[in-house]
Design a protein around this ligand. Structure first.
Ligand code: ADP
Length: 353
């Protein structure tokens, strides 16, 4: 080794990623991180030294060019750089550590976004809850009064009475959501009651049955025959499901396929339950996908673009996850997964009022 090599050796010792110098097919030097990864001694044949990392050993058997990449395995990646006519610097990166680091960065970013989404939810929530509570309460009372009078004067108007019942149901749902938002902005905690996701699906569909009929959308339900218990806030979780279903209905209305379809599937996958809402609508472009969960991003003429961002916050408040995928046969699929309660046989499920 000449003088440059001595400086190089010194530099190798200072660097904390696995590095080695090869002279042709002989190992000349390796630093401590490389020794920890792949123990070896100067003078050893490179291919013998690298034998435990199979992909590397076979790559080192062949002549190496500058910048040559030797794919070692899914976990490690090796790269060679020619130092001079004789010597090659070999660097090994631990792909797992790199991906882990990348994932940590993404999680931190997601954490920051989550904080800002929570702020959006609580600020918007307080304003809306404050402004809407009174008129919604008044509307519910007016509708109930109207129904009583109609029942007295025209008891045979069954269609009208049924429609009024539906209107009261819708207004009660709105009032429950507002009440829940008011409570949440005070306690900053979702309620933690035991509830059944199968029941939640049926309750949500009951609120949308009129829309489903009007749009002539076929519904495909794949639900377990037994309750799927999760711990959570029934009103908030129902809000998520209704938002996803309304988005599916909007998509099918705005760009109607020949046979509009919504599929709801509930899967119990180990310790978590996953609910999927899919439609055979137009789907979304990659540009929309990139902004899907950002507040105020909408492609609808009158959309506010808050639904999905709020839904994601609500699910994350339940230690769950909400995400999007493309439906294989075209259209969108939204998924949310929630931890299931430990004892799935427990009979203590809260039926929603
Ligand atoms: P908004 O409904 O007010 O637009 P959302 O946050 O609920 O707000 O949705 C954001 C955007 O995501 C929608 O404007 C639409 O472009 C897209 N999107 C959501 N769900 C679907 C779906 N099922 N099919 C097609 N596009 C969808």
């Amino acid at each position: 080794m000449n003088r440059i090599d001595a400086d190089l050796l010194h530099a190798l010792g200072e660097l904390d990623e696995p590095l080695a110098v090869l002279d042709g097919d002989v190992l000349v030097a390796l630093n401590a991180p490389m020794r920890a990864l792949l123990p070896g001694e100067a003078g050893q044949r490179a291919a013998d030294w690298a034998a435990p990392l199979h992909g590397l050993a076979s790559a080192l058997g062949a002549p190496l060019g500058t910048g040559a990449r030797c794919g070692v395995s899914g976990e490690y990646m090796a790269r060679c750089v020619a130092l001079n006519a004789r010597h090659t610097l070999l660097r090994i990166t631990d792909e797992r550590a790199r991906l882990h680091h990348l994932q940590r960065q993404l999680d931190d970013r997601e954490g920051l976004l989550f904080t800002s989404r929570s702020l959006t939810v609580s600020e918007m929530g307080s304003v809306l809850a404050h402004e809407l509570n009174q008129p919604i309460g008044a509307t519910a009372n007016l509708l109930r009064g109207l129904k009583l009078r109609l029942a007295r004067r025209h008891p045979d108007s069954t269609d009208e009475l049924a429609a009024l019942d539906k209107a009261v149901q819708q207004v009660s749902y709105a009032s429950q959501v507002i009440g829940r938002v008011r409570e949440y902005t005070q306690s900053r905690q979702p309620k933690a009651a035991m509830l059944d996701l199968v029941d939640l699906v049926h309750r949500s569909l009951a609120l949308l049955d009129w829309d489903l009929q009007r749009e002539a959308v076929q519904l495909r339900l794949v639900l377990p025959a037994r309750p799927v218990p999760v711990q959570g806030d029934a009103v908030m979780l129902q809000q998520v499901l209704i938002n996803l279903l309304r988005n599916a209905l909007d998509a099918l209305r705005l760009d109607r396929p020949t046979a509009p379809l919504i599929e709801i599937e509930l899967l119990c996958d180990g310790p978590r339950a996953e609910l999927r809402v899919a439609d055979n609508g137009p789907g979304i472009t990659p540009q929309t996908e990139a902004r899907l969960f950002l507040p105020f991003s909408s492609t609808k003429p009158n959309g506010m673009g808050l639904g999905l961002s709020i839904c994601r916050s609500l699910i994350e408040m339940h230690q769950g996850r909400l995400w999007f995928s493309r439906r294989d046969a075209g259209g969108c699929c939204f998924h949310f997964a929630l931890p299931m309660t430990a004892d799935a046989t427990q009979p203590v499920l809260e039926k929603m009022a």
